[in-house]
Design a protein around this ligand. Sequence first.
Ligand code: ADP
Length: 360
Amino acid sequence: DKYHAVLAENRRLHNEVQELKGNIRVYCRIRPFLPGEDRKNTSIESVGDDGELIIANPTKPGKDGNKTFIFNRVFGPVTTQEQVFLDIQPLVRSVLDGFNVCIFAYGQTGSGKTYTMSGPNSPTEKDWGVNYRALNDLFNISRERKQVIDYEVGVQMIEIYNEQVRDLLSTDGVQKKLGIVNTSQPSGLAVPDATMQKVQSTSDVIDLMNLGFSNRAMSSTALNERSSRSHSILTVHVTGLDKKTKSTLRGSLHLVDLAGSERVDRSEVIGDRLKEAQHINKSLSALGDVIFALAQKNSHVPYRNSKLTQVLQTSLGGQAKTLMFVQVNPDASSYSETLSTLKFAERVSSVELGAAKNNK
Ligand code: ADP
């Protein structure tokens, strides 16, 4: 019957998720050249099917200048949004079984972070990024299971700018500054005062995200600049009531579009720009340190060093699952940023996060 079909599907999914091993997975995605960019000058030497990426140093042509990296996957420039999503679908679905999942996009400004997470501006369905596809999929599966489990989905959207947390879903036009709760509950709310909106369909989500994007713009004098200097976090909270056993499960999905990772030349910026750059530096290296400490199974994990890692504390490590998209601009002029991006990725990917267990 339906109940057993759902259980079987759960088991299949569970096995698939076990294969993800609870490690941090690192997927590198290379964006295509954009119209007007010079395709001849690229730092991408080759993209293998097996997760191998070779980059070429433009100032040191020939094999000697090449560097090889290995990730869980490398998506070349022609990879579609759909192909990317198919790869992460089991991970996203595990949220409905009570897992906490965190998906990041890391890279320099202009490398495709927002494209991967959300899509281009006002995307058509074909161009939808991870966040629309993930929510769409969660709604589809929860409808399929509705005889067995009653799911409720709530969404929060916040921004971290200069180490201050702001609510992006408030409707009163005021962007409250928010506090973070140090919760030990795996599914407790780290930012309880951020607006939580119940959503029932993908179109609800699209409306909310548009509100979030416009709130982000409103607080900014120059939209593009601001959005690359803040982290935005869309959190999907799922509660499922099993109709037969009356037990409740909770899962969460954090979709994080990180601030641009480019290093800023300190001699060239002053005032606000310098402050922003320092905050971004601090929080991205804090994130790297946390993931590294978890992977090394260190007894001390330095969550307290940034707002970003405090907000995500309960969703990193333990039974949570982490995936990082490392975004690369193919242009040779970005070579040194690309190299430092890939080195960051290599550091966080070389080792495992805590083993995944089904916490039902
Ligand atoms: P970031 O968020 O890292 O600053 P964006 O996501 O804004 O970068 O991407 C920069 C530009 O490149 C945008 O115009 C975006 O639409 C385009 N772009 C990025 N990735 C792709 C892709 N895979 N396919 C087509 N266009 C892309």
